[in-house]
Design a protein around this ligand. Structure first.
Ligand code: ARG
Length: 480
């Protein structure tokens, strides 16, 4: 068995870990991306240690300078990551030791357990801001543009994938805007909830050293609305709590589900059978065999990748559910699903945006589909209701008219008056006016309905909301 030299924590060991164990237990290959947060956290910790008199000004300064130069080394690709040092925390500590002997004092009063919990809270703040700013916000902009462009294009709305009632294309896209709008709020809530500082919880039970948790929390921006530092209330919870991971992965999985559903709608709409949209060449692929094919691969992959986002949430549930308090090494496995969901979702949002951006509507095919008078069968029942017919009877009568028109092989609005009025004597001479689409849409005028006035109001509301969000994101950037 090949073993290695003693590890950083190796004081009580007579030999180093087996090579196999070292390779098995390393996490630096994936947690090195936490380096910027780890360094920020260490700088705050060092400043705090100086503030309470545990480090001299020079030591704290050397540590800070050293950490900053490590950040540069990483950016320049000069940092050597060593698997033997296990994780990002140990790698940075060892690199710092090469720059200043004060590095040996940096870890007093903390543990990797509270350190990694702090790093991840910083990561979540960053990741959510990116997902909203670079992912959801520009996607909403494209959806708003499409809604604006196609407010007058009416298509059949579907339930059970059967033609149901007419809606505007804008109403359809605005429905997705509601979903992605809720995703945006979900991610912003994760940012809010992230703002509690675990640093100072130590490995499990804090420390006997006279540290100042509030100082470090404030340094790292873990503050409430009035700017007061917010620290975790229980050291055991703080080092083993992964709730924020759940919230983040849940938000990713839900957003991925929305992406998958809009992808599915576009796949159906782009089929020859529907033909409502034409997808951009740049986000479709051909077949290696069938020369005529143009396949909606970007959309299919969006639908497919949403499975990973759901799987990652499930992975975390399974990982955490049986763990005794407090930290267990299993928890190292909490990061790959989080990073994978973040990377996957960010790319999915971008691909969806670009695919949508290049998608064109085919108004003629839409008009043909929506000319089906059966889409307004419910409107005919409503018409009868206004003539005093109880709704159940009206529903039944229109059903009988549909059946009679099918038998006569004519469209519902072409059923002859004699047959129609025999079925339903309450029909007036004006009953065919029900089938004027424009009129039918205009009648849908209460909030949430697809009438043109409501659609215009919704588009306006979204314009204002996105302008606000845009401002918020710019302010956020400036604060960073
Ligand atoms: N790499 C570790 C993780 O992510 C850091 C915490 C290690 N703590 C420990 N007691 N070994 O979980």
């Amino acid at each position: 068995m090949v073993t290695n030299k003693q590890a950083t924590w190796g004081g009580r060991f007579s030999e180093g870990p087996a090579e196999l164990m070292q390779h098995f237990s390393e996490s630096v290959s994936f947690d090195k991306r936490l380096a910027p947060f780890d360094i920020e956290g260490s700088i705050a910790h060092a400043r705090m240690l100086h503030h309470v008199g545990l480090l001299t000004a020079k030591e704290a300064d050397d540590i800070e300078q050293g950490l900053r130069s490590i950040l540069e080394d990483i950016a320049n690709g000069e940092m050597v990551w060593d698997e033997a040092l296990e994780d990002v925390h140990m790698n940075i500590e060892q690199a710092l030791l090469k720059k200043t002997p004060a590095a040996a004092k940096l870890h007093m009063g903390r543990s990797r357990n509270d350190q990694v919990a702090t790093d991840m809270r910083m990561f979540f703040r960053h990741a959510c801001l990116m997902l909203v700013g670079e992912g959801i916000y520009p996607l909403l902009r494209v959806l708003l543009e499409l809604s604006d462009d196609f407010r007058d294009v009416i298509i059949p709305g579907y339930t059970h994938l059967q033609r149901a009632q007419p809606v505007s294309v804008a109403h359809h896209f605005l429905a997705y805007m509601e979903m992605f709008g809720r995703d945006q709020e979900r991610f912003l809530r994760v940012i809010e909830d992230a703002s509690v500082c675990p640093l100072g919880s130590g490995a499990i039970a804090g420390t006997t050293l006279p540290i100042n948790r509030g100082f470090a929390a404030k340094e790292l921006g873990f503050v409430d609305e009035e700017g007061f530092p917010v620290v975790t209330a229980n050291s055991m919870d703080a080092v083993s709590d992964r709730d924020l991971f759940f919230d983040f992965l849940h938000a990713c999985a839900v957003c991925g589900t929305h992406i998958s559903r809009i992808a599915e709608d576009l796949i159906i709409w782009s089929s020859s059978e529907f033909g409502f949209v034409t997808l951009p060449d740049a986000f479709t692929t051909g077949s290696s065999l069938m020369p005529q094919k143009k396949n909606p691969d970007s959309l299919e992959l969006l639908r497919g990748k949403s499975a990973r986002l759901q799987g990652n949430l499930q992975t975390l549930f399974t990982l955490v559910k049986g763990l005794p308090l407090t930290y267990n090494r299993d928890l190292q496995e909490d990061k790959p699903p989080v990073f994978d969901s973040y990377d996957t979702l960010l790319m999915c949002l971008e691909v969806l945006r670009e695919t949508l951006h290049g998608t064109s509507m085919n108004p003629i095919r839409c008009a043909k589909a929506v000319s089906d008078p059966l889409l307004l069968a419910t409107d005919l029942a409503d018409y009868l209701v206004l003539k005093g017919v109880p709704f159940r009877e009206a529903h039944h009568a229109v059903g009988a008219m549909v059946s009679a028109s099918e038998k006569a092989d004519v469209h519902l609005d072409q059923l002859d008056d004699e047959t129609a009025k025999a079925i339903c004597p309450a029909l007036g001479d004006d009953w065919r006016e029900v089938f004027e689409l424009e009129r039918a849409m205009a009648a849908r005028k209460e909030p949430g309905m697809p009438g043109p006035d409501q659609i215009n109001a919704q588009i306006e509301r979204w314009e204002a909301r996105l302008d606000n969000l845009g401002d918020l994101l710019v302010d956020g950037d400036e604060e960073e």
